[in-house]
Design a protein around this ligand. Sequence first.
Ligand code: GLN
Length: 184
Amino acid sequence: MQGDFAAHKKILGELGVESKLVKKPADLAGVEGLIIPGGESTTLLKLMAPVAMRPALEQFHAQGRPIFGTCAGLILLAQETLPRQESLGFIDIVVRRNAYGRQIDSFVALGTPLTDDLSAEPLEMVFIRAPKIAQINSGVTPLAECRGKVVLARQGSVLVSSFHPELTQDRRVHQYFLQMLAAG
Ligand code: GLN
C-alpha cells in the first residue's frame, strides 16, 4: 500500500519466489505469505481503513499464513505501540515508534543473530527512524540483537524486524522468512 515494497519484490524475484502487490483484501487470495514493508505506519493505517484491510489480515493470520513486518510493518503487527496507535496485535511485543531518533539519526550497524537458522555471522542492519522493541512477552522468540536491543523476533507465523533487510545484500532474513513459508 505504501513504503518499501519494491525492494522486497525485487529480492523475492532474485530468490526465485513469485510475488505480487497486496493493496486490497481480494489481493490476498492465493497468497502464501505477506511482507508488510517499512514506510509510515500511520499512513499505512489510513490506507488500510477504507478497504477494510484489518479484518482481511486477521483472517489471513488466523489461517496461519506467515507475515513478515519490517519497521513500520513491525509497528502495525505489535500488540501495543508507544505512543498509542492502532495495531493488529499479532505479536506480543510493545514497540516504541521513532525510538532510535529522527530521520537524520538513521544508521547502519552490525547485529548479532541469536539463532543457528541465521548462522552466527554478523548481520548488516539499516535503521531508518526505526521503532525499538521495548518489551517482549512470553511466546515471542528473539532472533537477533543490535546495540543491546532485540531487533528481529518471531511468534509463530509472525516475524518482525526493526531494521530493513531489503536494503542490504545479505539475504538471510528473507531466506528465514521463506523457510517459515516452506515449513507451514
Ligand atoms: N517511523 C516510521 C513509523 O512510525 C517507521 C519508519 C520505517 O518504516 N522506516 O511508521
